[in-house]
Ligand binder design. Structure first.
Ligand SMILES: *Cc1c(COP(=O)(O)O)cnc(C)c1O
Length: 362
């Protein structure tokens, strides 16, 4: 006997990248930062006492929001702290999209597969709008969002899984045109080359339909902590902050550690710089092996394998060598491997593994 709602029993769950526990595994499959969080975060953790946990945490993470407001030069009321980016995505659906199939969201396809899983669990409809071959949005993207009647659209930028970056102008035009809520998922924003001067933050002052997702999971090396935040105009932030989120959605320890991480920008920024440097090296080294990846502004590369059906073999061969990368059994991605940028040492082992596998006849 199933007691599930119809849409739940019909849906498939999200398949996350493997999370092996062994110390010897080289984990280049879930885009974690290869460097740990810094000493300020370690000190904040050491300073947590059991006695503090007797009380409920600050319900809207006010101290952390103050630090974030100072960092981004936005008001505290433009910020909502959530239990990972995944909670923010869920809140956006719960708050802005009716849970019936005749109300729908739209996603650029391919992108983060969790969007579709959350839409299915919510019970709303879903439209996929295919990206162009170079991973950019089709010119009529905004018009198509309106034509399909989407109430909300998720666009991930830098894009996952390709790592490519859409300029702010393109997103502004979509926001101008779209009649629903445009969510810009910036999970990988910290890895953008600062020389590009990319910032979508001005959009939240000019558009009442734009919300931005940021997370501590990638840039701040805290995927295990489950902390993220939304930035947006108050008409989008307030209903989530005061109505739909759990009253104590993030815990005291997570708030303290996240705040310590935010307040030590130089440490985090140094990990981003190292990832960017290594990203260039790894992209060139992969190309020399015949695995070409588009220029990435994130902490991973999406490399096309030399022969179309090789990707699964390489993925499995690497796995046997204790090197995990991501392979998607999805049309359009089946000939590609998504490889997180590791430390230079990890990436050397990856390259050695690939060299061996490519030299071995299938
Ligand atoms: C990692 C990621 C997120 C957020 O992840 P959390 O760990 O839940 O904060 C959101 N979107 C994309 C595309 C991601 O890769």
């Amino acid at each position: 006997m199933t007691y599930e709602r119809k849409n739940i029993s019909a849906m498939q769950g999200y398949v996350s990248g493997e999370q092996p526990q062994g110390p010897d595994v080289i984990k280049l499959n879930t885009n974690e930062n290869p460097y740990p969080a810094g000493p300020a975060v370690a000190r904040a953790l050491a300073n947590v006492s059991v006695d503090q946990l007797r009380r409920y945490p600050p319900p809207t993470a006010l101290a952390l929001r103050r630090s974030l407001a100072a960092l981004h030069d936005v008001a505290v009321d433009n910020l909502l702290v959530t239990n990972g980016g995944d909670e923010l995505l869920r809140l956006l659906l719960a708050t802005f999209v009716e849970p019936t199939p005749d109300h729908s969201i739209a996603v650029a396809d391919p992108s983060y597969s969790l969007y579709e899983v959350l839409a299915a669990a919510h019970g709303c409809g879903l439209h996929r709008i295919p990206l162009q071959d170079d991973w950019t949005l089709p010119a009529d993207f905004g018009a198509r969002l309106n034509a399909c009647g989407a109430k909300l659209c998720f666009v991930v930028n830098p894009h996952a899984p390709s790592g490519t970056l859409l300029p702010v102008d393109v997103l502004r035009r979509v926001a101008d045109e779209f009649k629903g809520v445009l969510v810009i998922d910036e999970a990988y924003v910290d890895f953008i080359d600062p020389a590009l001067g990319h910032s979508t933050l001005p959009l939240i002052a000019t558009h009442d339909n734009v919300a931005i997702l940021r997370t501590f999971s990638k840039g701040y090396s805290l995927a295990g902590l489950r902390m993220a935040y939304g930035i947006g105009p108050r008409n989008l932030i307030d209903p989530m902050q005061y109505k739909t989120k759990d009253s104590y959605n993030t815990d005291l320890i997570a708030q303290a550690l996240a705040q310590a991480a935010i307040e030590d920008q130089p440490y985090a920024a140094d990990t981003w710089r190292r990832v960017r440097e290594e990203r260039g090296h790894l992209r060139e080294a992969l190309a020399a092996l015949g695995l070409h990846a588009p220029a990435s502004q994130s902490n991973f590369l999406l490399a096309t394998v030399p022969a179309p059906h090789q990707a699964q073999r390489l993925y499995e061969g690497l796995k046997q060598k204790g090197i995990l990368v991501r392979w998607f059994r999805i049309p359009g991605l089946e000939d590609k491997l998504r490889i997180s940028i590791g430390t230079p040492e990890e990436d050397q082992r990856l390259l050695a593994g690939l060299r061996e596998l490519l030299a071995t006849p299938q």
